[in-house]
Design a protein around this ligand. Structure first.
Ligand SMILES: [Zn+2]
Length: 83
């Protein structure tokens, strides 16, 4: 999932008018993004983005999300809180 970018355009139609809704971790919401289309508990804090023109929907990460570091040879590495 990409970090939220308020300037992003819809990846499908290029429209600049996107409806953004913040979803708390654990919140039940109607997920219209790829492969979903059902009520779904948010697995983490996210911003649900829906194109006003074509209704394509996708999720982005809030700007205060702790990003996990991915090392190419070792796979995903989680940084501890004390790093
Ligand atoms: Zn669109």
């Amino acid at each position: 999932m990409e970090l939220y970018n308020s300037w992003a355009k819809c990846p499908k139609c290029g429209c600049e008018t996107i409806i953004d809704v913040f979803r708390h971790k654990g919140e039940l919401f109607y997920d219209t993004s790829r492969d979903h289309h059902y009520n779904h508990f948010a697995e983490q804090d996210l911003i649900q983005r829906t194109c006003r023109n074509c209704s394509f929907s996708w999720h982005e990460l809030p700007l205060d999300t702790r990003i996990r570091v991915v090392a190419p040879e070792q796979g995903e590495v989680n940084r501890s809180e004390t790093d």
